[in-house]
Design a protein around this ligand. Structure first.
Ligand SMILES: NC(=O)c1ccc[n+]([C@@H]2O[C@H](COP(=O)([O-])OP(=O)(O)OC[C@H]3O[C@@H](n4cnc5c(N)ncnc54)[C@H](OP(=O)(O)O)[C@@H]3O)[C@@H](O)[C@H]2O)c1
Length: 368
């Protein structure tokens, strides 16, 4: 594990249908080509193959292997990958617990930054592109891809860290909960990758107040440094009581819930009149039920968010969430937090780092 590093020699990934611009990003074609995100070039010149982290058996360690480089299809571009973002969903997918199932063996990964190194003959959009950021949706039946140009001033590391966390946080706060300036947002797993993105956007873009809830004092401290007004360590305090105290008995307007189980129920009970709770994930492993009387009593709304589904159902919303995050970052309005950088060979350590609740902020994989 290392701290932030400079961009590394590129690996490869295949992608297609990129938009016209100097740099782009996308949902990728790995499912069709067998080429994944957690991989780097292993042949001379980068064209012969990849070194990739493969999930060959569910709930077993990833295998880091050389795999052959498939020929570029007319609708694809080949991307030299610099950094990959690691997401909780990648871990769930490799355990067979994610909502989308993948055919074994597969290479996990949903997002990366890199450089376009080869462009298929039918891809008209990416001609002069040097740097790309790709979001790859594994397990998809079709080979579609989008690439977003990385603006000047945005590092490759940050570009690999933004799409899922800030894309999801934007959808949660804007599209789903419709957070208003001055409202109070409660976020659980508040020092995690998505939690810190929610804090960053809620405070700096939506001008809301944030109560961050997390599992340790150190994590609470980080959330406060990242802009939260208050924090609650739900490892040793009652989340419901603390939110009540911090809001003078009123409750939070919005709860962004990523843990599930009892924490979800406490977050639901912490809402104010006409509050909204957004179900984001179940990192604790228990999918909670919602007692309908709790919705009725305070006119509360419960809703879900599923970032990658927007790619299929409403692409303009999906795309806009990523574009706006890149723009906010370029303008210096948001500050992504990268907590750890692992090498490809350390992919299993990276998974464990997140799974054992040791991580804060975003974990990325360097293809060096
Ligand atoms: N719906 C979507 O589209 C979407 C998109 C992105 C992420 N998510 C979800 O959001 C959650 C956070 O994802 P992330 O990638 O940003 O991860 P993360 O928050 O960086 O890491 C997971 C965090 O979850 C908390 N946690 C609580 N119980 C846990 C347990 N038993 N095992 C592991 N972690 C536990 C830990 O924080 P504490 O120690 O502070 O409790 C841990 O640090 C996940 O549930 C993920 O599936 C959903």
């Amino acid at each position: 594990m290392e701290t932030r590093e400079a961009a590394s020699p590129p690996g490869e990934a295949l992608a297609g249908r990129a938009p016209r611009s100097r740099a782009a990003a996308g949902l990728g074609a790995r499912c069709c080509t067998g080429v994944g995100v957690l991989g780097r070039a292993c042949g001379r010149g980068g064209a012969r193959g990849y070194r990739a982290a493969l999930c060959a058996e569910l709930a077993k360690p990833l295998l880091v292997r050389d795999v052959p480089s498939p020929p570029l299809q007319p609708h694809q571009v080949r991307v030299g990958v610099h950094y990959c973002g690691l997401n909780f969903a990648d871990i769930l997918a490799c355990q067979g617990l994610y909502q989308e199932k993948h055919t074994l063996p597969f290479t996990p990964g949903m997002e990366f930054s890199g450089t376009v190194v080869e462009i298929g003959e039918n891809v008209s959009a990416v001609k002069e592109v040097r740097k790309t950021q790709e979001c790859q949706s594994f397990g998809m039946a079709s080979c579609t891809l989008m690439l977003w140009r990385i603006p000047e001033g945005v590092s490759d590391e940050d570009a690999a860290a933004l799409p899922v966390t800030y894309g999801t946080a934007t959808l949660v706060l804007d599209r789903r909960a419709r957070v208003q300036p001055g409202e109070t947002v409660l976020v659980t797993a508040g020092a995690g990758a998505t939690g810190l993105a929610v804090i960053d956007l809620a405070v700096n873009i939506f001008k809301a107040k944030v109560i961050a809830a997390a599992g340790s004092d150190a994590k609470c401290e980080l959330a406060l440094k990242s802009g939260a007004s208050h924090s609650v360590n739900y490892g040793r305090s009652s989340l419901r009581d603390e939110v009540k105290r911090l809001t003078d008995g009123r409750g939070a307007d919005v709860a962004v819930e990523a843990v599930g189980g009892d924490i979800f129920k406490a977050a639901l009970q912490s809402l104010a009149w006409e509050g909204r709770i957004v179900v984001m994930g179940f990192a604790g492993g228990k999918i909670p039920s919602i007692p309908a009387n709790l919705l009725l009593l305070k006119n509360v709304s419960a809703m879900g968010v599923y970032w990658s589904r927007y790619q299929k159902e409403n692409f303009p919303v999906f795309s806009s969430a990523i574009s706006s995050a890149l723009q906010y970052h370029q303008e210096g309005k948001i500050h992504p937090n990268i907590g750890a950088v692992f090498k490809l060979e350390e992919a299993n350590e990276a998974f464990n780092h997140v799974l054992q609740r040791k991580s804060t902020g975003k974990v990325i994989i360097s293809m060096k």
